[in-house]
Design a protein around this ligand. Structure first.
Ligand code: TPP
Length: 324
């Protein structure tokens, strides 16, 4: 497929979206350290180009999305109010799950964001069901189903692949390969590290994508979405990315060296990359960067203030909407 050409205005939008994710996640880390956010909290810093790139190919009015516990960025890219996401993280009644879900259990039925799941691999089977629903209702939607490299050795994924391929379901499986599943590296745990080929026994095509370069994410995402929309069935995108933080806020990430992380930050950072692209195209001006930063900072600050100042849920809420 012919590569899409983007205007400088487009590049600025990609930059702004990626920066929003990064600043939002940095604020989460800050609020976590202050005790405003509790429980588990898994951040997306480093992986911004994947969520921001795929946002460009989604039809927000009909497609659906499902992911793991590393979910804040995907919610932001579904244009769910950052205030509501932050309030959920802080366990407040104004959050999208009324403060009962926290970071790992985000949900927005209105936006067809079907979680936020703590069970590794579960988006593969639930997402396949969602894709079946798109096909059954003939609503023209595609399910974008995200999961990590740690999920691809699971049986449920292969069962889901088989059904999705048999029934030609409209689903794009996006493997966010950030090289580690908690402390276990892909090198140590995957007999075949070409994760995009995991659908081959089921006739599901796949592609490896540089998940640190937003245009490459968008180009591959566009092609995959068309494939799924045109009745050709499932497709896999292996986004090769990296997470800068530990697995969760409580992980000091001693299983990899500081040098490794610093090297990726210095050579492959997705936000620096897009700034470079803009600079080469038109000469990025300091004032333009500052304007975007100010806009993003204001959104994040407002979200944090809203979360901090919202009330906690009443005791009577404890057993409502909760499945035991
Ligand atoms: C079925 C299941 N097994 C084990 C766990 C414990 N666990 C939580 S996260 C995780 C690693 C997942 O890594 P990956 O899928 O690569 O996603 P990432 O955290 O890198 O985004 C594991 C093993 C779990 N939540 N669910």
């Amino acid at each position: 497929m012919k590569a899409h050409s983007y205007s400088v205005k487009d590049f600025f939008r990609f930059y702004e979206n990626m920066l929003l994710i990064r600043r939002f996640e940095e604020k989460c880390a800050q609020l976590y350290r202050k005790g405003v956010i509790g429980g588990f909290c898994h951040l997306y810093i480093g992986q911004e180009a994947v969520a921001a790139g795929m946002k460009e190919v989604m039809s927000l009015d009909k497609d659906s999305i499902i992911t793991t516990y590393r979910d804040h960025a995907h919610m932001l890219m579904c244009e769910i109010d950052p205030k509501v996401i932050m309030a959920e993280l802080a366990g407040k009644v104004t959050g999208c799950s009324k403060g009962k879900g926290g970071s790992m259990h985000m949900f927005s039925r209105q936006r067809r964001f079907y979680g936020g799941h703590g069970i590794v691999g579960s988006p593969t089977s639930i997402g396949t069901g969602i894709a079946f629903s798109h096909q059954y209702k003939n609503d023209g939607g595609v399910c974008f189903c995200y999961f990590g490299d740690g999920a691809v050795n699971q049986g449920q994924m292969y069962e889901a692949f088989n059904m999705a391929s048999m029934w030609k379901l409209p689903i794009v499986y996006v493997i966010e390969n950030n090289l580690y599943a908690m402390g276990t590296s892909v090198k140590r745990s995957h007999a075949n590290q070409a994760l995009y080929r995991r659908g081959e026994p089921f006739n599901i095509p796949g592609k490896a994508v540089d998940g640190m370069k937003v245009q490459e994410v968008i180009d591959a995402g566009r092609e995959a979405a068309l494939h799924a929309k045109n009745g050709k069935g499932p497709i896999i995108l292996e986004m090769q990315t990296y997470r800068y933080m530990g697995h969760s806020m409580s992980d000091p990430a001693t299983y990899r060296t500081k040098e490794e992380v610093e090297h990726i930050k210095a050579t492959r950072d997705p936000i620096e990359h897009i700034k470079d692209v803009i600079a080469k195209k038109q000469g990025l001006k300091e004032s333009e960067v500052k304007d975007i930063e100010a806009k993003v900072n204001e959104i994040v600050e407002k979200a944090a203030d809203f979360a901090v100042n919202s009330p906690i849920p009443q005791e009577a809420e404890l057993y409502k909407d909760v499945l035991i």
